[in-house]
Design a protein around this ligand. Structure first.
Ligand code: TA6
Length: 298
């Protein structure tokens, strides 16, 4: 990676936050403080790596990841916005919205009193307003410390209502996905996108085949227990009552083509979302904030 402070020079925090050009010619923000470190691609405002000091990395990034302009990054924390999943009406629109492959602009950086670092990014809006999404303003606040925290804020600056669906589509690193337990969803209903239909969760979620579920009316706190890495990842959500749990397993991982050899065994997506009937009806002038905070014990 080569230093690139020319464009964002006034946002550099010496010894703490810098701008570099790296893989695929993409621009990244490198953050390192006493509590942890992270790497954020400006494309997609995408955290590709985070590690608290003295602990394992928190996030999974495919060993076969391909960094390229306009290509979604397999792993880390993709920002799915301003729709989650397939576009509701346009089959040609990209899955999970356009924000994760668009170039975001860093607009604010600061050192936090607790020793962490804050980075705020915004997605420049088109000058013309041809469709409702053009009137949406969005910014992402990322805080890097002994935890990793996100706030995704959307403001409807237009004169049409917009049904917002979105996700922090987080890929967590696990020792062996077959041994983890995901807690907090007991008795939650979920939409099963693999087998179809709706079910109710009984006890912890465990993974032994492809799983792709949208949990509804979720609590705000859930966790991943990983015996192999000897850690528990805690997830605190705000502005969301739905969550997605996804592992592609073998066949889908092969079809995706960028999961890497047996990559599915070392990742689990536990996504804080506004999905399904948790979509947010944003009237003109209204705003919504989706937040998630990830802490972990080892
Ligand atoms: O969040 C789960 C999901 O919607 C799955 O259905 C799968 O498509 C996954 O997202 C990955 O999508 P992507 O477009 O990143 O390959």
């Amino acid at each position: 990676m080569s230093s690139n402070t020319s464009v964002y020079g006034d946002l550099v925090l010496p010894g703490e936050l810098s701008f570099v050009t790296g893989h695929g010619g993409l621009d990244f923000v490198e953050i390192e403080n006493e509590l942890g470190r992270a790497t954020v691609a400006l494309q997609g405002a995408h955290v590709v790596d985070y590690q608290a000091t003295g602990k394992h990395p928190l996030l999974w990034l495919s060993k076969a990841v391909r960094f390229a302009q306009g290509k979604s990054i397999r792993g880390g924390v993709p920002v799915c916005w301003p729709w989650f999943g397939p576009h509701p009406t346009d089959p040609n629109a990209p899955a999970h919205g356009f924000a994760r492959t668009a170039l975001w602009a860093p607009i604010e950086t600061s050192s936090l009193p607790d020793g962490g670092t804050r980075l705020i990014l915004a997605l420049p809006r088109p000058t013309e307003r041809s469709v409702a999404t053009d009137a949406l303003e969005v910014r992402l606040t990322i805080e890097v410390g002994n935890a990793l925290a996100f706030e995704l804020e959307t403001f409807n600056g237009g004169d049409e209502p917009y049904l917002l669906t979105q996700a922090l589509h987080t890929y967590f690193l696990v020792g062996d996905v077959r041994q983890i337990q995901i807690n907090g969803f007991d008795q939650c209903a979920y939409l099963d996108k693999v087998n179809g239909g709706e079910n109710v969760q009984s006890g912890p979620v465990t993974i032994s085949s492809e799983v792709d579920r949208i949990y509804l009316n979720c609590p705000e706190e859930y966790s991943i227990f990983d015996p192999l890495l000897d850690r528990t990842i805690s997830i605190s959500a705000r502005g969301s009552s739905s969550a997605v749990i996804w592992n592609p397993w073998v066949e889908k991982a092969e079809r995706l083509g960028d999961m890497g050899e047996s990559g599915h065994l070392n990742m689990i997506c536990v996504e804080t979302t506004n999905a399904a009937d948790d979509g947010i009806h944003l009237a003109p002038g209204e705003q919504h904030s989706l937040s998630a905070r990830y802490g972990y014990t080892a």
